[in-house]
Write a protein that binds this ligand. Structure first.
Ligand code: NAD
Ligand code: MG
Length: 385
């Protein structure tokens, strides 16, 4: 069997480093073709020395010389800047992209990979939230598989194996509820960044950790699921399941429900995406049901965690609304992480931006970019008010 050559976009992040763990453990199956990072030059250099990719891209151009010098004795090609990300995605030399960049920044390289006909393991959910219709259309045109890495979507994807002819009645996206499950607005108003960065079940990058605390993450995932599995908004239900053992479920037309379960560990969905349709043996810790005598479920509290209500509204409204929601949320999380706004201000910022930006029912890609820019500018203008 030929080794699969993997291009990891966002290799220094939580997803990227865990993808490299999977590659390190399976040297007969995978090799590393491209690695990219925004600003962590030291880690990118270390990764390049270990995995010897064909090329690396450092987003921050001021760090180019440092990376170049450190890799001077190797065959690794070094590129820098935002444009270089797209150029690297346009290379012939890789077999699969792992899209592990966070936020809107992941969109352009991912589009390039799809246009190029490269299979994508998709962690970067924002890509589908922003322009899911156009991305999926292009993927179908080019016959490019988009394999979800997000644990819930990987669960649904796994439940659907062998069910191609069977209609989905609904999917049930499970949510841990985050660190503030059960809390009310009078508590949340005083929450600070360091507290919000403590997730009970998952260790992840800062942005998605905050999104998990506000439940925006689950809202983004509803939109992601709509595009990945071609669902109507009414077919997507969110259920809080604090143990994070059931990663999500599919209910079919006969009422039968399939669930995918396991310990919360992103390496499993990452590995599944890289090796699909095969499963590969590993020595990750196994789920012992006796240690989880009760799996519990509850309705999400959308009155308190209003980001989930806003995302649901954007899901139903469609058009550029999810793109606007996403852009405002990226600014809001950025500002919260810098202690510029409070926890509940994030929701207010997203809501005001959704009310303000012009609605477009069937945007072109350019209109998605424009909506993103307008929404960011408007949201940023709210920070110092
Ligand atoms: P992270 O912050 O840990 O890593 C982000 C990576 O993207 C880094 O390598 C960084 O260098 C790069 N990056 C950041 N900004 C960039 C920019 N402007 N241009 C180019 N590169 C940039 O994030 P993460 O937690 O690994 O999440 C990555 C994506 O995967 C997100 O979309 C997230 O929602 C999704 N995801 C993550 C997890 C998880 O467990 N971490 C789970 C499910 C989905
Ligand atoms: Mg998820």
């Amino acid at each position: 069997m030929q080794k699969k050559r993997i291009a990891i976009f966002g290799s220094t992040g939580s997803i990227g480093t865990q993808a490299l763990d999977v590659i390190r453990a399976n040297p007969d199956l995978f090799e590393t073709e491209i690695l990219t990072a925004q600003s962590n030059a030291d880690l990118l250099i270390k990764q390049a020395l270990e995995f010897k990719p064909n090329a690396v891209v450092i987003g921050d151009e001021t760090k180019y010389q440092k990376v170049k010098d450190a890799l001077a004795q190797t065959l690794v090609k070094v590129f820098a800047g935002e444009k270089a990300l797209e150029e690297a995605a346009d290379f012939d030399s890789y077999d699969m992209m792992l899209a592990g960049i966070v936020g809107f920044a992941g969109l352009k390289p991912t589009i390039k990979a799809v246009e190029k006909g490269k299979p994508v393991g998709l962690a970067n959910k924002e890509t589908l939230v922003v322009a899911g219709d156009l991305i999926m259309q292009k993927a179908i045109e080019k016959r490019v598989p988009i394999i979800p890495v997000d644990s819930e979507h990987s669960a649904i994807f796994q439940c659907l194996v062998g069910e191609a002819r069977n209609k989905i009645e609904k999917i049930i996206l499970t949510a841990s509820g985050g660190p503030f499950l059960g809390k009310k607005p009078n508590y949340l108003v005083n929450v600070k960044r360091d507290h919000a960065l403590q997730h009970p079940n998952w260790a992840m990058g800062a942005k998605i950790t905050i999104d998990s605390a506000t439940l925006m993450n689950k809202g983004l995932e509803m939109i992601e699921a709509k595009w990945l599995f071609n669902l109507k908004p009414e077919q997507i239900q969110v259920l809080v399941h604090p143990q994070s053992i059931i990663h999500s479920m599919v209910q079919f037309e006969d009422g039968s429900v399939k669930a995918q379960m396991g310990l919360p560990d992103m390496k499993l969905p990452i590995q599944y995406a890289l090796s699909f349709p095969q499963r590969i043996k590993n020595d990750f810790p196994r789920l012992d049901f006796r240690k989880y005598p009760s799996l519990t479920f509850e309705e999400p509290d959308v009155k308190t965690f209003r980001n989930l209500a806003l995302a649901t509204e954007a899901l139903f409204k469609g058009g550029n609304m999810p793109c606007v929601l996403n852009a405002a949320n990226e600014i809001a999380v950025w500002a919260f992480l810098r202690n510029r706004i409070g926890f509940l201000d994030m929701t207010a910022m997203v809501e005001k931006t959704m009310e303000t930006i012009n609605f477009i029912e069937k945007p072109t890609m350019q209109e998605y970019f424009d909506s993103d820019g307008e929404a960011r500018n408007f949201a940023a203008s709210l920070i110092n008010m």
